[in-house]
Structures are given as C-alpha cells and as structure tokens.
Write a protein that binds this ligand. Structure first.
Ligand code: NAP
Ligand code: MG
Length: 797
C-alpha cells in the first residue's frame, strides 16, 4: 500500500508488540511450569500436566503441572510455617517487602504485559496500560497500609493462612487484589490461578523470590477447579478469598459453612449502563465501548445491559452501530486493536449459545461488517436490541463482547430495570444532570457506581458486590477487614473466658424484690403490633430453679415470614430516614428504658438467677449501649477515597437491608441491645430472635419501642426455639443478612442455607464478653451492618 493510498483509506498498519521478552522467559523455563512452594518454583506436580494456549493464535504456550493433595498440603504447611515470622517483622518490614514487589512489577512490566496478552488474549494496550500498572499500584497502596494500619486500627490480628482462588479474565490483577491486602496484614498465602491463565502468576512468584520475599509467604498451586476444592476443604486454612462465578461461589459458601473460615466472594454481574436523554451521547457511546468491549467483555462488572431513555434510543443505537464499525478485532499483541481473543473455545461456545438463545427469544442481532480473524478464538462485538427484561440474555451473565439493550421512560423505570437482576456488582449512569445522576446512583443496588464514566478501578477504592455478586471488598480500607480480626478473639481462644451466665442456683446476692406475674403470655412483636404466634402454642420461661417466670409464644416458619415481610416493608423508609432521626429514636429508646430499670433488672434476676447487682448493671449497660449506637448513627457514613484521577470517589456506607439477628442466651437484655441497636443505627430493619432461655428481656421492650417512635416494622421479635427459627431466617430470600450468636455447632446448617440469595452471614465469635466494650460494642458491629458502595464522580471539563 502506498502512502497516498493509506492517506486516502486511513487504514491502520499492523503495530505489533514484540513477543520476544515473554517467549524468552517461556523458553528459559523449557515451557514447563508448576507450583511455587516455600520459595521454590517447580516444573512438575503429582497430578500430571496440561497445555496452556494463546487464545489469539490457538497455539500451545507451554505445559502447566496439575497439583494434587500432596502439593496443596505442602503449600499450606509452608504458608503456616512462614506466618508467624511474617507477622512479627511488623508493619514496616512488610511495607518494605510490598514496596519491593511493586518495584519489581514495574521493572518487568513489559514482559508481564506481553505474557498476559499472549496467555489470556487481551489487547496489549489493556494489559500494558491497565492490568500491569494497576497490579503495581495495589502493591504500593498496600505497602502503605502495612505501614499505617496500626495507627488507624489498633488491636487487630491477621487471620493466618489465606487460600485464594482467582479467575482467568484479569490473571495478574486479580492476583494483586488478593495478595497485596493479605500480605499487608500479616497473612501468608496459598493461591490458585485459573488453569487457562497461570503464567503471569508464575512470573509473579519468580519476582517475589527474586525480591527476597521470605519462602512460604506466598505459595502458588497450579491446576484446575479440583485444586481449588482442595484449598477450600483444607483444615489448616483460615480464610478463603474467591473471585469467579456465582455458581462456584455458592459451592464455596456451602463447603465452608460452619468451619469458621472467613469467606469473601467476588462473583458475577449483569451491570446496567443507564443513558438519560440529556447525556452527552457521544461520550456515552465511548463509555459503552469501555463498558462492554474492554477485555472482550470478559469483565465481571461489564456494563452489559444498556438502558437508554426512549426518546434518544434510536439515535443512540445509530451512533453506537457507527462506532462499532470502527472497532478493530485482532491479534492481542497488536497495539492498534481494540478487541482481542476470547480466552478459550469453551467460553466462545458459551457466548455463541447465549447469543443464539437471545435471538430465539426475539432479540435483534447486529454485528459490524468486518470479519473475525479465524486463527484463534474471536467473537465480534455484538448488539442485541428489542430485548425484554426477563429474557435470558438480559438476566444471564454472557461474559463476552455482547451488549443487550432495553429502553425506559422515566428515572423510576430506569432504576427498576437497573435493579431487575439478581446481581449487584456495578452500574454506570450517564446524564449531564448531576442531581439526577447522584439520585439514581444512590438507588441502584450495586457495589460500584460510575457517573459519566465506567470501568474505573483503583487500589484506594474498594470493589465488590451487593446481592448475588458476592460479599467482601477488595481494595480500599474496607478490603483490609477481609484479612484481619479483633485481637481479643485470639485471647479468648487461648484462654477461654467464662462469660455465659448460666442459670445457677448458687448465684450470690439477693434477688431483686420485684414480683413477676406469670399470668401473662408475651406475644410476638411484628409490624409494630403484638401478634399471637401462628401455631397458637406457647412455652414457659423458667428461672434457674425451674420455677415459672412467664410464658412466651412458640414462633414458627409463618411467624418468621410475617416478621420478614413487616421488616422488608419498613426497610426503605428507615433506610431513607436521616441518620439524625434514627439517632433521636435510639436515644429515645434509652430514655424510655430509664424508668423501667428496676422491672427489667428484676426480670433478669428471675430468669437467669444473676445477682441483683449484676442484673442492674446489665440494664445500665444496655441503656448506655442505646446511647452509644445512637451516637454512632450519624458518624459512620463513609469516606472519600484518594484515587489518582480527577474524581471524587465516595465510599458510601449503605445499610445491608433487612437483617435477621439470632441473640445468644447470655446477658439477654445486653446482647439483644448490642446487636439490634447498631443494626438499626445504620438503617437496617431487623427480625430478632431473642435469647431462647431468657426471652422476656426482649419482650419487655415492646412498649418501649412503641413509646419511642420506632416506626412499625423496624424491629420485629419472634420468640421460640432457636434451632427452628434460625434456619427459617437463613433460608429466607428476603433477608439480606443473618447475624448468629448461638452455639457454634448450630452455625453450619445456617451458613449452608444462606446460599439461596447469598445473604451475608456473621457467625459471632464464641466466648464474647458482652459486658466488655470492645467485644460487645466494637466497630465490628457497624461494619457488619453496612455495605460499601463506591460512587465515582469525575470532575473537570
Ligand atoms: P469459575 O469457574 O468460578 O472459576 C474461578 C476460579 O475458581 C478458577 O480458578 C477455577 O479453576 C476455580 N474453581 C472452579 N471450580 C471450583 C470449585 N468447585 N472449588 C474451588 N475452585 C473452583 O469462574 P470463571 O469462569 O473462571 O470466571 C468467570 C466468572 O468470574 C464470571 O462469572 C465473572 O463475573 C466472575 N468474576 C468476578 C469478578 C469480581 O471481582 N466480582 C472478577 C472477575 C471475574 P479453573 O479455572 O482452573 O477451573
Ligand atoms: Mg492461556
């Protein structure tokens, strides 16, 4: 082609990045790779090996060893052995190591980017400009956290050994998101990369070794999903961090249920991309390109559902089609291409099958005229219009370069459509009206909202899902919580504290002189009204000597359902109420408890046999806790994150929604208060099952709630047998979270049953001393009562 012809056609010439640095590295290793255990890189493992391919050409890049139980055991043992020294070197020591890793990534960025694009099929432009720099940024940011966390949060400890399992779409970046916070907080690691894309993880392991990271601090086990299962099942692992499909996430929740392993899940998504009629349409078209054609659409937070306001839909689709004609599909190592190859033939088949399904269900398919390369595994950018909200392609994650489009008329309809999904990972809102943008962002249920931008990421801003997109965050201060725990927990494990005030006849001191009538059956408290138990049964509450103290209703499944329905109904109003109002109501509860102190203390004495002094103290403490959580109500709203672009990124603390709370037997009034009050303060509505043995401490509060302006349905109380009521709550799809403070042995079925809607479960650490201000009223309670939504708002013209 002559220069004159090029000038005429403006055709791009090829601009290939050289594969040499990666090829040389592959050759240096004889193209055989395996696990990295105790600082040693191996080329073999007990389960044989498999080929890894370059999706852009279909060629074999090398062989990866399949680990078996032997390697997983060795890796876990190496991580365990290294953990205490890694913790003991302190924050500064860990910061220096993380900084050294960040520097190594930068120095080897070209090789890492080429390797990533070869192995995954993503355009070199993206691996060079996003994956690798952002991976380095995560290590820098967390070097900082290692250094400053003690000042920010006193009295924490690492969890121990973290098992981490990552997907193939951002192999090095997902590794960095997982490893950096775990290392910063003194944990050691066993990580499994995805079988399609293990190479950059191995190159990273080599960099760690060369940077002088102590052996065993980071270990890799290579292989397929079975190796992931071995990590999850391993008894000596304290934490599982998983990024992948919602389907496997559910399996992990079930398999870790009741084990005490902390679990974070970063799962799938079907994120809305909302375009209002006053948006800068050309800007929004570029946004769509970034939202769905970045990384071939193999992005968990891809803006895969376009919602466009009816009046501009046709114009917008026209602009989009015009732009799609210019998208360049081809060799991932070509610097001038926009879309690379799909990771594997099985993924390509899945995309094709879903697109076919969409067309069968009535969607109109549009693809640009340019043909797809035939070497390697490519799928063209695709637009499906005329899609209905319930269609498969509107609900299922396609994980490919396929955009489905729907229209809406009003902002309300846009929000309803945006939230018409089981997922809640991200969303993007386009309008020149900042008021509308912020209002819509506040109403979309998702962990990240981008206003007039999309797919922005940074280590300082947490990332993670609402609903079935999983729980836990990566990045930001909130990401650290996934790897630490309060120091007191360890202390109770080493020296079990006696906290449960078991009914005891030997209790010293005189019972308070308050007569408790036994002629009354306390009802349930549902929707602001006292309600008879559905089954019509009641049970007696007895004192320590077996003498009757009162009667309570025997709650069942139907009572739980009624209570959840009432809590759900009250939810939006309570969440929207100002924090000031919530604080006032909580203060008012305390005020109205004050005149009833003697009666409440007497009730505790009668039920538990605690001394009059201890019971009065419990009441005093409970009143103080209402004050405490009232005080916090307007002081935990979130932060502004320091991301390195022109942007305000708000980490907004939103309530979880409707919470089930199962109270412990001990300290029946104090524990009820200590759990319910922070949940309310943060804007949740609650269904509480009070102490099974001593429930009257909670049922005595009905009148207090009524006279304190607690809106109907905000607190609901169902009494009865914990082992009947708790599983009903765990199964209930309208509860967003479940806090459980009963016997640990009963936690397993609850966490297993939570997989239906992937509700957040918090199984309280056993041996908690509710009277202790850290254990009974720590920041933990606030953290479990909220979820963080990061809203990105760019500024500047
Ligand atoms: P996947 O099948 O769930 O695999 C993810 C990882 O888990 C891989 O390492 C996989 O191993 C391993 N694995 C598979 N079965 C397992 C089991 N039973 N127990 C333990 N580990 C198991 O997901 P994928 O198809 O690779 O990745 C795509 C999904 O990840 C999408 O749904 C996407 O939305 C999600 N994703 C989410 C985020 C986020 O941050 N929320 C980010 C990226 C991707 P093998 O690959 O070796 O089989
Ligand atoms: Mg590969």
């Amino acid at each position: 082609m002559s220069v004159a012809e090029i000038f005429e056609s403006m055709e791009y010439g090829p601009a290939p990045e050289s594969a040499a640095p990666a090829e040389e590295w592959l050759e240096r290793h004889d193209r055989r790779f395996g696990p990295f255990i105790a600082g040693e890189l191996r080329s073999e493992a007990s389960g044989g090996d498999f080929e890894t391919h370059a999706p852009g050409s279909g060629k074999v890049l090398g062989r990866i060893a399949q680990c078996g139980p032997r390697e997983v055991d060795e890796a876990v043992a190496a991580a365990r052995a290294a953990q205490s020294d890694w913790w003991k070197i302190g924050g500064y020591g860990r910061a220096r190591h993380l900084y050294a890793i960040a520097r190594k990534i930068q120095k080897h960025s070209r090789r890492l980017a080429v390797l990533e694009s070869l192995d995954n099929g993503k355009p070199i432009r993206e691996s060079r400009d996003l994956d690798v720099p952002l991976a380095a940024r995560h290590f820098y940011h967390h070097a900082g956290w290692a250094q400053v966390i003690d000042q920010r949060h006193p009295n924490w400890r690492p969890l121990g050994v973290a098992g981490q399992i990552i997907p193939w779409n951002f192999p090095l970046l997902m590794l960095a998101w997982k490893i950096a916070p775990a290392l910063a907080t003194g944990n050691t690691i066993v990580l499994k990369p995805a079988e399609f894309t293990s190479l950059s993880a191995i190159a990273f392991a080599e960099l760690c070794r060369d940077a002088g990271l102590p052996p065993g601090v980071v270990n890799l086990v290579t292989g397929d999903g079975a190796v992931g299962e071995m990590i999850v099942a391993h008894p000596d692992i304290d934490k599982i961090a998983f990024t992948g499909s919602t389907e496997v996430g559910r399996v992990l929740r079930r398999d870790t249920a009741g084990t005490g392993k902390k679990l974070s899940l970063e799962l799938g998504g079907k994120s809305p991309f909302v375009v209002f009629d006053d948006a800068d349409l050309d800007g929004a078209v570029e946004g769509v390109v970034d939202a769905i054609w970045f990384n071939q659409g193999e992005v968990c937070c891809a803006g895969s559902r376009l919602l466009v306001q009816e009046g501009v839909a046709e114009r917008f689709h026209d602009k989009l089609r015009t732009r799609m004609e210019t998208l360049r599909l081809g060799d991932p190592l070509d610097k001038a291409i926009d879309i690379g190859a799909v990771v594997a033939p099985v993924q390509l088949e899945r995309i094709k099958a879903l697109v076919d399904r969409g067309v069968e269900e009535g969607a109109t398919l549009w693809q640009p005229a340019a043909t797809c390369p035939t070497d390697g595994w490519f799928f063209p950018p695709t637009l499906l219009t005329g899609v209905e909200p319930a269609d498969t392609v509107a609900q299922e994650e396609i994980f490919g370069p396929v955009l489905v489009s729907m229209t809406f008329r009003t902002p309300d309809e846009a929000v309803a459509l945006a939230n018409n999904t089981r997922y809640g990972l991200a969303g993007s809102v386009w309008t020149e009206n900042i008021n509308l943008a912020l209002q819509v962002a506040a109403r979309i249920k998702a962990g990240t909202l981008w206003i007039n931008c999309t797919n922005q990421f940074d280590a300082a801003a947490g990332f993670g899902g609402y609903r079935e997109s999983g729980y836990g965050r990566e990045g930001g201060e909130e990401g650290l919580w996934e790897y630490i725990r309060p120091a007191w927990e360890l202390a109770t494990e080493q020296k079990p504290q006696k906290v449960a005030k078991k009914p005891s006849k030997k209790a010293k001191g005189k019972p308070a002189a308050v007569a408790i009538g036994i002629d009354r059956t306390a009802k349930m408290y549902i929707g602001g009204k006292q309600a008879r138990p559905d089954g019509g049964y009641s049970r007696s509450v007895v004192g320590p000597d077996g003498s009757p103290v009162g009667e309570i209703g025997e709650g069942n499944r139907k009572d739980i359902r009624n209570a959840v329905a009432a809590a759900r109904k009250a939810g939006p109003g309570w969440a929207k109420a100002s924090a000031h109002l919530r604080a006032q109501i909580l203060f008012y509860v305390a005020e109205n408890l004050e005149p009833r102190k003697a009666e409440l203390a007497g009730r505790i004495v009668a039920m538990t046999g605690a001394t009059a002094k201890a019971s009065s103290q419990e009441v005093e403490r409970a009143i103080e806790r209402w004050f405490l959580w009232a005080g916090w109500a307007d002081k935990y709203a979130g932060t502004v994150q320091a991301v390195p672009i022109r942007n305000f990124t708000f980490a907004v603390h939103e309530p979880l929604g409707t919470l089930g709370i199962v109270c412990p037997d001990e300290n029946p009034l104090l524990a009820f208060t200590s759990t319910v009050a922070p949940a309310l303060a943060m804007g949740n509505t609650v269904v509480a099952v009070p102490s099974e043995a001593h429930p009257l401490a909670a049922t005595d509060l009905y009148q207090v709630f009524e006279t304190s302006d607690v809106p109907a349905g905000v607190v609901n109380i169902v009494t009865g047998e914990r082992s009947v009521l708790a599983p009903e709550m765990a199964k209930h799809d309208d509860l967003d979270g479940l806090w459980y403070f009963g016997p640990k042995a009963e936690a397993e079925p609850l966490e297993s049953a939570s997989i239906g809607n992937l509700k957040r479960t918090w199984v309280g650490h056993p041996g908690r001393d509710w009277t202790n201000s850290e254990q009974g009223a720590g920041e933990e309670f606030l953290r479990h009562a909220i979820q963080v939504k990061n809203i990105w708002v760019p500024w500047g013209e």
